[in-house]
Design a protein around this ligand. Structure first.
Ligand code: ADP
Ligand code: ASP
Ligand code: MG
Length: 423
């Protein structure tokens, strides 16, 4: 008898019919003898709709505490309806908010981090032979206020619950049949990956493949939670994410490249004409970190304006652009540099694969494929299992398709995207 955590994303519970389909799947697992805890997201685009509504009532910055109270309601609707649908099929089910499920977080509204997970009630419910349903993406802070974990955070709730319950597997049900070699919405010929290491999955998630919340993958790695990403719309086996297992003989036949992630949510800041002396980069990057902005990629070059000076450019989440520019501008007079420039709509393409570290031809093949697609590379960064390039956002999709083909990743059949808006 296995203990399963099954997580269903928004498109899997978008309406009453979808909700009934999910209930049937949960009941089938329960009837097969497994103990089942479920995590649900808000129905369809509910979270976006609630955000819009808040924007109409409170333009600018609505109070964070109330925003979390509002957004957490989306998942509460889903959990109660799913419990009803499961009861309809003759299996007892009880729903719990994040707070009731023991999800204790810090006080950072909108991006709260889990501090402690004590799902006693969930455990008792499951041991009683009922299905427990937990609202994703939310918790209760150390100040006893309702918090949310950030967009896409239900994946993290699911993995944290699976870790705390000691579940055998955490199944992430979504609107595609697993993790693909690229986003199937951009590359219809993307290929489903059958198995992938957690390190590669981390790189994919960290660099824009939004199929899994990055923090969920980090959590799964830390607590060794096996993940199975699959579709709630089909019975196909999905993608197994291997935890604590490096590539070994049985996985040696896997291709060198596991996938291409792309990110369209970046901006780029350039400080122009910085006097070339030790400590300059530390001052610029330090000021941005002080402002609470996480920098993605950094390059320093001899300045375009004066050879005695240098330019420092870095990429960052677009949403943090204004804060970062202000932080760098505050240094301008004191450090004596010429200007601060900001570019929005920057794109990033990342090629990920644990097998590519010992293969020197990978980078040249990547750059040739981008050149063939007419993509101008602005920045490059590498890790042991990833090469990322920054380019104009409007070139990104074409670049991803060209690189996908150049690495022989194209499948014969088109990938199926079952539903949802994909945002
Ligand atoms: P859910 O609502 O189930 O959480 P998401 O919309 O958050 O679903 O994530 C699923 C989407 O992730 C897919 O519809 C797909 O467009 C996108 N995606 C991005 N990169 C990949 C990838 N490499 N493999 C599969 N899906 C991907
Ligand atoms: N409903 C939340 C969102 O749309 C959380 C989630 O679905 O994971 O971001
Ligand atoms: Mg998601």
């Amino acid at each position: 008898m296995a203990l399963l955590v099954m997580k269903f994303g928004g498109s899997s519970v978008a309406d009453a019919e979808a909700m009934r389909r999910v209930a049937q799947r949960v009941v089938a697992a329960h009837r097969a003898g497994d103990r089942v805890a479920v995590v649900v997201s808000a129905m369809g685009d509910t979270t976006d709709d609630l955000l819009d509504l808040a924007g109409q009532i409170s333009p600018g910055t609505p109070p964070e505490r109330e925003m979390d109270m509002l957004l957490s309601a989306g998942e509460r609707i889903s959990m109660a309806l799913l419990a009803m649908a499961i009861e309809q099929l003759g299996v007892p089910a009880r729903s719990y908010t994040g707070a009731q499920a023991g999800m204790r977080t810090d006080t950072a509204h909108g991006r709260a981090r889990l501090l402690d997970v004590q799902p006693d009630r969930v455990r008792r419910t499951v041991e009683d032979g009922a299905v427990a349903i937990v609202a994703g993406f939310q918790g209760i802070s150390t100040d006893d206020d309702i918090t949310t974990l950030g967009r896409g955070g239900s994946d993290t709730t699911a993995v944290a619950l699976a870790a705390a319950l000691g579940a055998d597997v955490c199944e992430i049900y979504t609107d595609v049949d697993g993790l693909y070699t690229a986003d199937p919405r951009i590359v219809p010929s993307a290929r489903r990956v059958t198995r992938i290491t957690i390190e590669e999955t981390l790189e994919m998630a960290a660099h824009g493949a939004k199929i899994l919340h990055l923090r969920a993958v980090e959590y799964a790695r830390r607590f060794q939670v096996p993940l199975h990403v699959r579709s709630s719309f089909s019975d196909q086996e999905g993608t197994w994410i291997l935890v604590g297992r490096p590539l070994t003989e049985d996985t040696m036949e896997e291709p060198i490249i596991s996938g291409i992630a792309h990110d369209t949510s970046l901006g780029k800041v350039t400080a122009v004409g910085i006097p070339d002396r030790p400590g300059a980069a530390a001052a610029v990057v330090g000021a941005v970190a002080q402002a609470g902005v996480a920098i993605d990629m950094i390059v320093q070059n001899v300045s375009t304006s004066n050879a005695e000076t240098s330019d420092i450019s870095f990429t960052l989440p677009e949403a943090d652009g204004r804060t970062a520019v202000a932080a760098v501008r505050a240094l301008q007079e004191q450090m004596g540099f010429a200007d601060v420039l900001y570019t929005s709509h920057v794109g990033k393409l990342s090629l990920v694969g644990a097998g590519m570290r010992s293969n020197p031809s990978v980078a040249s093949r990547l750059f040739s494929a981008l050149a063939d697609a007419g993509v101008n590379i602005e920045m490059i960064s590498t890790s042991e299992i990833r090469i990322s390039v920054i380019c104009d956002q409007s070139d990104l999709e074409e670049g991803v398709r060209s690189v996908h083909t150049a690495f022989d990743l194209d499948a014969e059949e088109e990938a199926v995207v079952y539903g949802g808006s994909g945002r």
